[in-house]
Design a binder for this molecule. Structure first.
Ligand code: CA2
Length: 144
């Protein structure tokens, strides 16, 4: 069975350790665990990086091996045409995920390049929303 890729961009390794009012107190290790719990039998490939190159390389890996991609590109959401181009090569479902509601924040966080490819966009559900995203991804994969 092909895995779901859950990919996380820059600074999310600090999740749970700063700005708890916006991002909560859940750590990325805890997020990984509840993604795996929510996926049931479906394998999960879970990564975080501060590097745009590494994030794109994992999208390339998913193009060959993944059933779906859930991606929190963090700041690359708003800057990276290279990430958008890589995601456009992926044929399965893509969910863009943000812990906070980016639309409630400053205007620089309102224009997402990744949304131009994403099949669904989730924002503002907190770190617990990753589990919801995994369940939604299972349904999207099943519907294909
Ligand atoms: O809400 C999200 O998930 C974001 O993708 C997080 C990004 C931010 O650039 C996006 O606008 C929204 C990263 C925020 C900074 O990283 C932190 C990570 C953990 C704790 C505090 C900040």
């Amino acid at each position: 069975m092909k895995p779901i890729y859950v990919l996380n961009g820059p600074n999310l390794n600090r999740l749970g350790k700063r700005e708890p009012a916006i991002y909560g107190t859940t750590t990325l290790a805890e997020v990984e665990q509840f993604c795996r719990d929510s996926a049931g039998d479906r394998p999960v490939v879970f990564h975080q990086t501060n590097s745009e190159e590494a994030l794109i390389n994992w999208v390339h890996e998913a193009i060959d091996e993944g059933a779906g991609i859930i991606i929190n590109p963090a700041a690359f959401t708003f800057t990276s045409l290279a990430l958008l181009d890589a995601l456009k090569m992926f044929e399965g479902p893509v969910i863009e995920f943000h812990i906070s509601n980016i639309h409630k924040r400053e205007p620089i966080y309102h224009r997402s390049y990744v949304s131009m490819r994403a099949d669904a966009v989730m924002a503002g559900l907190g770190a617990g929303g990753y589990a919801t995203a995994v369940r939604a991804m299972l349904d999207m994969i099943a519907a294909r």
